[in-house]
Write a protein that binds this ligand. Sequence first.
Ligand SMILES: Cc1ncc(COP(=O)(O)O)c(C=O)c1O
Length: 324
Amino acid sequence: MPFPGTGTIWMNGSLVKWADAKIHIASHVIHYGSAVFEGARCYDTPQGPACFRLAAHTHRLYNSAKIYRMPIPIEPAAFDEAILGTIRANGFKACYIRPLVYRGYGEPGVSPMGSPVDLAILCWEWGAYLGAEALEKGVDVCVSSWTRSAPNTFPTMAKSSANYASSQLIKMEAMADGYAEGIALDSQGHVSEGSAQNLFLVRDGVLFTPPLYSSVLPGITRDSVITLAMDLGYEVRETVIQREALYVADELFFCGTAAEVTPIRSVDRIQIGPGRCGPITKALQSRFFDVISGAVPDHHGWLTYVYPEATGADTRKQEKAVSR
Ligand SMILES: Cc1ncc(COP(=O)(O)O)c(C=O)c1O
């Protein structure tokens, strides 16, 4: 169903009505996928709307742009302010946030250097990506026949639009075959990630997740889950995972800004553990939702309040950049 869209979009410093936020068909990005972007969320908390790990998302956006030689013409702090201003302009209590850095209308040809680096920020209200029921009951997934990009091809550290050609192939194949999602393997045949989620496996009480060299996006939710798991006293290992380890896991779950923490109940029609959300997934999911909803103190400085003056506290303390 076409998405009607609402409110205003920030484009190169101006707020533009959703219906008027257009770019020229000759823009470089349309022909060559020359964009990097972010996906973040703002949550409704008792102290008002708060963006989850805004600084980490902006930091990753600037890293992605650096890899693709796209100089962003404003400072990260100004970008953060533009995001907060866009949420305020739309009056959202909770929303998904999509910052975009793209090569606009300039010179034709593969080289992006003659095309401007344009910026946009879109926000919209978006519920559970894999469905509200999925958070509770889990999803049925397959191992994709599509391999994630090999090292030194499309850099997976960059959240580049071009990488999502691979994600689309994984997602379409999974859906065509009746699954909610696909898990891609890396070029060595080891577990990589879902089309737009990182993955965790639980075995004998220990959490395992593929390392960044298994062609995964350095997910901010992945980093948050590792931190929360360690807070809760679990051991976490970033290690290469064989495909068959998926089938014999006690628990499996996806994590990501859109998917949040979603249990996986089967892979290739093989039931995982008891076929529902396992106890460690549940503990981490609950902790994650408590943190993002402001139900527990923000020990890690992960929440940036949209209306800081209304919270009555110094809530603008910023976390350090993601190191994992
Ligand atoms: C390919 C891919 N992997 C992992 C993730 C999870 O990353 P994050 O937790 O930063 O949203 C995403 C989500 O954007 C993604 O697109």
